[in-house]
Ligand binder design. Structure first.
Ligand SMILES: [Fe+2]
Length: 246
């Protein structure tokens, strides 16, 4: 190849900076500059990190029989992973958004209809990661300490909270989520459709239950109320909720 027509590394860098294509820069630079330059260029021109599927916080059999390993294989291994893959694919064409943290990205594109695909996939990544942490194989029962006091102050007592949380999860029409959130000093139960999340409403999320059919259909078929009751009574991770409350 005629070196006259080979773009200089500086030209490559400038062109890529103009388009935000930093990943392409590192690759191009490595091709033109050899191995010794790869280390230097990638250190200087670090591309935005791709979003990753966080590890499950327990074994895929840990929530059985309420949530079977088969459900987790699809729910975590297929659905949750697909949101990550979809988002990374969309962000390849949106360099201005590619460097944002997941939470910042969700807040930035919320309500922007032109970025609905980005919002839906990003929020679903966040919601699902939060959902897995909201469950624990030795969960359920009643909260204690400061969180119990907040539950009592906000709902009257634990049973009234349980009724409100279960009702939100059972009555969310179609796909969505039920949440326990802190809104200022008060705890609230809210439900959101599809990928919507209280994260964009200035509320602090404490716990969630996924009520998309993919969360329970293999184990409970159409009996969403049975899934909801079992999750609340046996799986809710109150230590996670307490940590979120702070
Ligand atoms: Fe889900």
């Amino acid at each position: 190849m005629n070196p006259v027509h080979e773009p200089s590394r500086r030209q490559i860098v400038q062109a890529a900076l103009a388009t935000g294509a930093l990943a392409a820069v590192s690759h191009a630079a490595s091709r033109t500059a050899g191995n010794s330059t790869v280390t230097e260029s990638t250190a200087i021109l670090r591309p935005p990190m791709a979003h990753e599927l966080p590890p499950l916080p327990y074994a895929d059999t840990a929530l059985d029989p309420i949530i079977s390993a088969k459900t987790i294989s699809f729910h975590y291994g297929k659905h949750h992973k697909a949101y990550v893959d979809n988002l990374n694919g969309l962000l390849k064409d949106l360099p201005d958004l590619a460097g944002l943290s997941l939470e910042d990205l969700i807040k930035k594109v919320a309500g922007d209809s032109s970025k609905a695909g980005v919002f839906n996939n990003a929020a679903q990544i966040w919601n699902h990661t939060f959902y897995w942490k909201s469950l624990h194989p030795k969960g359920g029962g009643k909260p204690t300490g400061k969180l119990a006091d907040k539950i009592n102050a906000s709902f009257g007592d634990y049973d009234k909270f349980k009724e409100a949380f279960a009702n939100a999860a059972k009555t969310q029409f179609g796909s969505g989520w039920a949440w326990l959130v802190a809104n200022g000093d008060k705890l609230e139960v809210v439900k959101t459709p599809n990928a919507e999340t209280p994260l964009t409403q200035g509320k602090k999320c404490l716990l969630t239950i996924d009520v998309w059919e993919h969360a329970y259909y293999l184990d409970f078929q159409n009996k969403r109320p049975d899934y909801v009751t079992a999750v609340i009574e046996k799986l809710l991770n109150w230590e996670f909720a307490a940590a979120n409350l702070g």
